[in-house]
Each structure stands twice: as C-alpha cells, then as structure tokens.
Design a protein around this ligand. Structure first.
Ligand code: ADP
Length: 338
C-alpha cells in the first residue's frame, strides 16, 4: 500500500479534524502517501483531490469542523457516478480510501467497497445513529454544547419563572436529546423513538409548578413527532394552564461547531490509527469505532443503511429522577407568578 485518500462526509462533527490528522500522520509514519479529498464524495466525483503533507494537518486537532470540507452528494448512490469517482482515484494511483462520516457516508463507503475498492470507514457523526459503535466522534462535544446551553437557560428560567423547551439535533435519532435531557435534569424528553402526547406534557409542567420548581425543562429531539414549533403551537392555545411562561430555543447548528472535547480528540486519534492498521492488514470493508468500550471494527455490510436505537431504559430513569412528590388533581389552573 503506497497511496491512500481520506475524506470527510455528511454533517460536520467536532473531532473530524483530529481524525484527518490521525489518519494522515499514522499513514505517513508507515511510508504511505496521503491525499485529501475536498467536499466529501463531491470532491471524489469532481476530482478535487490533493496530496496531504504532515504540516498540512498540523494545528487542526483542537478545531471544530473539517478542513477538508463536506458536502451532500446525493448522486453518489448512482453506480455511474461512483465509477467516475473510482476512475479519479485510480488515475492518481490511490489504492484505498478512508471515509470519516456518519450513517449515509458509510452507506456510500460500503457501495464503493462492493465495487471492489478497498475502503475503511471511521464513525463520526453528532447524531450517534450508526449501528455498531457505542459512541461516534463528535457526540461528546455536541452533547456538552447542548448541556451548556441547557444550564444557561435553566439559570434564566429560574430567575423569571420560565419553562424552557430546548430542541436539539440528531435527525431521526433521539440520542442527543435523551442524554442532554438526562444530564440536564429535564422534566420531559420527547424523542422520535418515544413521543409524548402534548396533553401529558402539560401535566408534566403542571407537576413541576405544583412542586414549586422555579423552572422546568423540556428537551425535544428535532426528529420527534412534536418538535419545538409543534409544541409551541399547541401551548399557545393551552399556555394559561402551565404555571410557567414557556420559551422555546432551537439549538440547531450551534451544536456542530464546537471545539472537540478531550474524549472526541482521543477517540479520533485512536480510530485514525486503527484505520491505518486495518488497511495494512488488508482488513478493508470495515467501520472503525468504539465498540463495547474498545476501539474495534465491524464489517460495513453489517451496518450499512442500519441505524441504532436509543436505550429507552434511560428515558425511564430520567422520568424517575424527576418524580414529583405532589401530583396535580383535577383540571386545576395555575396562574404564573412573577
Ligand atoms: P451522514 O453521513 O452524516 O449520515 P448523509 O446522510 O447526508 O450524512 O450522507 C452523506 C453522503 O453520503 C451523501 O451526501 C451521499 O453522498 C452519501 N450517501 C448517502 N447515502 C448513500 C447511498 N445509499 N449510496 C451511496 N452514497 C450515499
């Protein structure tokens, strides 16, 4: 193995840069030349591929985003487009590809591998929806951003007797919402995997008010049936019954741009090193990530196109931890006090 390429694909995640650096330097240390592909699969198709030196990946492991860039490239699901990508790689003598990305990206890497090209994936997405890994590069940093925002909102909420509804990212996976709700002490958590009737959410907020909580927190996953705007629409009609003034905050892309946490940097370094090791051992067609607490690999064909569910026992735990002592009786009306 003399030449490989690396790309980042899908939504950017904190730690992608640390993974690019780790892949590049671990490969160079083994005498392998490295090429960087710009803008994910789009750069592969459009031949936007340049050599990466050791110094080119210097000073990036503490930064968020991806220096290689990332772009959606829906046409990559077409065979003819992927053939063009492989022609671009073989013209440069590139023998293998490392794909740093999430669920869709690893479906793309599996498709390339099925065409006979050696690929190793590195699991990186803030959504943590990839089947296989326990936790992917970027999740820990994104979770900490969500939690910091939640902590600040709770401070303001307690001062003004506001309840806050915080919408967090995660596409169709509720992992970020569940974990930030559990860590942030949410009164209610709404997930794509387990939604809550809005009438029940009213009861949760009433309970918090009855128990003299100065603020209440509802964490909503962006993929939940009732996202922040759906909840707010409902509450505009029922707000007088809550006991709090309700405010909604959609965290959105703020969660993506963080500097990677120590956990994500170490995970990225270890995954990058492992990916090069697998290439040298000829174990391609696999996805590298943290599996059962160890850096391991799983065949791409076992995970491509599959998503991971969340542990609903943790939702139950979050509910237990907010178990109110006083329960509302009847259809009482609470008037906000300021
Ligand atoms: P993520 O990897 O973060 O889940 P996306 O789902 O947007 O992000 O996927 C990133 C890219 O992966 C897409 O823009 C596309 O180029 C590629 N991709 C996604 N699904 C497929 C597929 N079924 N076949 C080939 N390529 C795919």
């Amino acid at each position: 193995m003399k030449k490989i390429a690396v790309l980042t694909s899908g939504g950017n995640a904190p730690g992608m840069n640390a993974a690019i650096r780790a892949v590049t330097r671990a490969a160079l240390a083994e005498g392998i030349d490295v090429y960087g592909v710009r803008q994910g699969y789009r750069g592969l198709v459009e031949d936007d591929i340049e050599p990466l030196s050791s110094s080119a990946v210097g000073g990036i492991c503490h930064t968020g985003g991806t220096v290689l860039g990332s772009a959606r490239c829906p046409e990559f699901s077409e065979l003819e487009i992927r053939k063009r990508a492989l022609e671009n790689l073989s013209r440069k003598g590139i023998e293998a590809l490392i794909v740093i990305g999430g669920n869709g990206s690893q479906t793309g890497s599996h498709a390339l591998h099925e065409m006979g090209f050696p690929v190793v994936g590195i699991a990186s997405t803030i959504d943590n929806d990839l089947a296989g890994p326990d936790i992917t590069i970027g999740v820990d940093s994104a979770l900490n951003v969500a939690l910091e925002a939640i902590d600040r909102l709770k401070t303001t909420g307690a001062s003004h007797r506001f309840a806050f509804l915080v919408e967090v990212m995660g596409r169709n996976c509720g992992y970020l919402a569940l974990m930030s709700g559990l860590a942030g002490g949410a009164e209610a958590i709404l997930l794509p995997e387990k939604d809550m009737e809005l009438e029940d959410l009213v009861i949760k907020l009433k309970e918090a008010a009855l128990n003299k909580k100065t603020t209440a927190l509802v964490v909503v996953a962006e993929g939940a049936k009732n996202n922040a705007s759906a909840c707010m629409e409902y509450f505009r009609a029922h707000g007088e019954r809550l006991g709090y003034q309700l405010r909604a905050t959609v965290l959105g892309h703020i969660q993506r741009g963080a500097a990677p946490s120590a956990f994500d940097r170490v995970l990225a370094a270890r995954c990058g090193g492992k990916a090069i090791q697998l290439l040298l051992e000829g174990q391609t067609g696999s996805l590298v990530g943290l599996m059962k607490g160890e850096i391991g690999a799983v065949p791409l064909n076992e995970i491509a196109g599959k998503t991971k569910g969340v542990d609903l026992q943790l939702l139950h735990l979050a509910e237990q931890l907010n178990c109110p002592t006083v329960k509302p009786e009847g259809d009482f009306v609470l008037v906000p006090k300021f």
